[in-house]
Design a protein around this ligand. Structure first.
Ligand code: APR
Length: 246
């Protein structure tokens, strides 16, 4: 076991309040491409398709991309061993919460209980006209944009589009978690997107030690990361869990 991994395992074992901050990278081994970097979705799609104003003005085109990006092949993705390891560590009391930028629900499907979805979720949709709420599993995505069965209004997934406000509950709870943390485990994120990317900085300002898992360097690595575990989420979580539960 490398010195860095030994350091990370000791920090996690001795910590009083560890939180986890995850990005698209933790779901790559579930078959969902990241947004940036190798095979990134933003190489195939213009991020404008996830912009709120664009969605409101061009619902058909935005929904075409939303369907392909999230409700199509990737909609059947399953949690991977990194998601499951985090859920087991939560059960052991070794991690207290997960703040995720992901909208794929894979942390919850893996069994994690305390999950704050900073960018919302694909699991529910809302009618832009009457506000009626829908579960994704009750919608036929063959017809896009999906419409409200009550007033034919266009449905919008409860994901936070660019230019949309972060859900108050997720924002305030995440800030509280970042204040309480003495260790934050950052997994699979470039640290590019505001205001989500500020969470590790907030934790650090409150004295937290930062452990980062990523095969590549991120905006955090050479600035605030204390222990950099260079590698894939499943590989690093497997080694950490074996040590923590031994
Ligand atoms: N294990 C861990 N990390 C990985 C893996 C892996 N197997 N594969 C790739 N990564 C890392 C990449 O090195 C990269 O740092 O995951 C990160 C993915 O970065 P992004 O695609 O930018 O994802 P993220 O940081 O979550 O993006 C933030 O941007 O487009 C918006 O709303 C979207 O929530 C998203 C936000």
């Amino acid at each position: 076991m490398s010195t860095e991994l030994k350091k990370a395992a000791k920090l996690l074992r001795d910590s009083k309040y560890t939180i986890v901050f995850t990005g698209a990278g933790i779901s790559v081994e579930s078959g969902i491409p990241p947004f940036r970097g190798e095979g990134g979705l933003w190489d195939q799609y213009d991020p404008i398709v996830l912009d709120l104003n664009y969605f409101l003005q061009n619902p058909e085109s935005s929904w075409q991309a939303l369907g392909e990006l999230f409700y199509g092949p990737y909609g059947d993705a399953k949690p991977n061993e990194a998601h499951y390891a985090l859920a087991r560590l939560e059960k052991q009391g070794l991690i207290k919460s997960i703040i995720t930028q992901n909208i794929d629900n894979l942390h919850q499907e893996a069994g994690s209980q305390n999950v704050y979805e900073f960018h919302g979720t694909l699991q529910t949709l809302v009618c832009l006209d009457c506000g009626a709420k829908y579960l994704a599993k009750e919608i036929n995505f063959d017809k896009i944009p999906p419409r409200c069965s009550k007033d034919k209004g266009i449905l919008k997934p409860n994901v936070i589009l660019f230019g949309e406000a972060i859900p108050e509950e997720a924002a305030s709870q995440s800030a509280i978690e970042a204040m309480k943390a003495d260790v934050i485990l950052v997994i699979g994120t470039t640290g590019e997107v505001m205001p989500a990317c500020m969470i590790p900085y907030q934790a650090q300002e409150n004295g937290a030690t930062i452990i980062e898992i990523n095969p590549n360097k991120s905006n955090y690595t050479d600035s605030i990361t204390d222990v950099f575990l260079q590698g894939k989420a499943t590989e690093m979580m497997k080694v950490l869990e074996v040590d923590l539960l031994s």
